[in-house]
Write a protein that binds this ligand. Structure first.
Ligand code: GRG
Length: 322
């Protein structure tokens, strides 16, 4: 995972970084790599006694296929920002990656986006067949809730209840499922910006929002921080999908690990289609700037204060190449 994010200081402000800019001293590449390795380890250990073996294999195939692991890393970073121990948030971070992976498996099915390449490998249904891919997705989704409810022994029950609530909202009709339905309904139709924003905020934004909120809730975050994180999440969620739309046009399948140019083939409305590439990029950058600005009260101090990882992760969303 490349982390083309630079950090900076503002000498005019006496070494204190300007609003929302992670200062020099925070090594984002090192942070990202360390977090990714921790997440990979936790994911690897997360699937235990699933039977039958064929189901376990199909679940592991997609869960351990790589990917940027942005969602679990956002969860851990939000937990740290709220003053929590990120180890306590790891089962929830794993759950978020399970839900994300499940959504990718189902999204790739012939009845949906009908794709045969994901994370640089044949899609789940290409290897295990459609019925098994659907069931592996179902098992990952339900396992996600098990991770939170039964495998987070050191987190107070009332916090876990909030986490379960966030995951439910993000997964179901108010989140991924609702966004996906509207996305499918809009294929081949003229779609306006409001509808496109609805699709992106639900299909992609809802889970990213759950990542930061659950991480913070596990740490017992204040309502003011949760409110700031809701705004942050909206900005990065929309920006993430705008960049996804741009990369679909500008990057190769080899780099993306999924079929490039898919939106055009499926006749989908995207930000580049409505606004052009340049304006789409500007919009994504403006959204990220707004997202970072709300974290300003937590950005002061050495190496960007507690907000440094979330600030740098926001920048990473627009600078990523896959
Ligand atoms: C969750 C119950 C439930 C159902 C799923 C299929 C479906 C309903 C929703 C589709 C959601 C979807 C696939 C949205 C696209 C989100 C997106 C931009 C994915 C790519 O994320 P990356 O780039 O991928 O983070 P990696 O592979 O790096 O993890």
């Amino acid at each position: 995972m490349t982390a083309a994010v630079t950090t900076s200081t503002d000498s005019a402000s006496g070494g204190v970084p300007p609003t929302g800019v992670p200062p020099a001293g925070f090594d984002f590449s090192a942070y990202l790599e360390a977090a990714r390795l921790k997440v990979e380890l936790a994911l690897d250990g997360s699937l235990g006694p699933e039977r039958p073996e064929s189901l376990r294999e199909a679940m592991r195939y997609s869960l351990l296929a790589g990917g940027k692991r942005l969602r679990p890393i956002l969860c851990l970073a939000a937990c740290e920002m709220a003053g929590g121990d990120s180890a306590l948030a790891m089962p929830t971070a794993v759950a978020l990656e399970m839900i994300h992976t499940m959504s990718l498996i189902h999204d790739d099915l012939p009845a949906m986006d009908n794709d045969d390449l994901r994370r640089g490998r044949p899609t789940n249904h290409k290897v295990y067949g459609e019925a098994n891919a659907i069931l592996a997705g179902d098992a990952l989704l339900t396992r996600a809730f098990e991770m939170v409810a039964l495998r987070s022994p050191d987190v107070p029950a009332e916090r876990l209840l909030k986490v379960v609530g966030e995951l439910s909202l993000a997964s179901g009709a108010p989140g991924l499922v609702g966004g996906q339905v509207v996305d499918l309904e809009c294929e081949g139709k003229d779609v306006d910006l409001d509808t496109l924003e609805y699709i992106h905020l639900h299909k992609t934004g809802a889970l990213l929002r759950a990542c930061v909120l659950t991480g913070a809730q596990i740490a017992g975050a204040s309502e003011s921080l949760l409110e700031a994180l809701r705004t942050y999440a909206r900005g990065i969620g929309l920006a993430f999908q705008i960049i996804d739309d741009i990369l679909d046009v500008t990057a190769s399948s080899e780099v993306l690990g999924k079929t490039a140019g898919k939106d055009l083939t499926a006749d989908k409305t995207t930000y580049p289609k409505l606004l052009g590439l340049e304006e789409s990029r500007q919009r994504a950058e403006a959204l990220v700037a707004e997202a970072k600005a709300v974290l300003a009260p937590w950005s002061a101090g050495d190496a960007g204060g507690k907000a440094a990882p979330l600030l740098a992760l926001a920048d990473y969303i627009t600078s990523r190449d896959r």
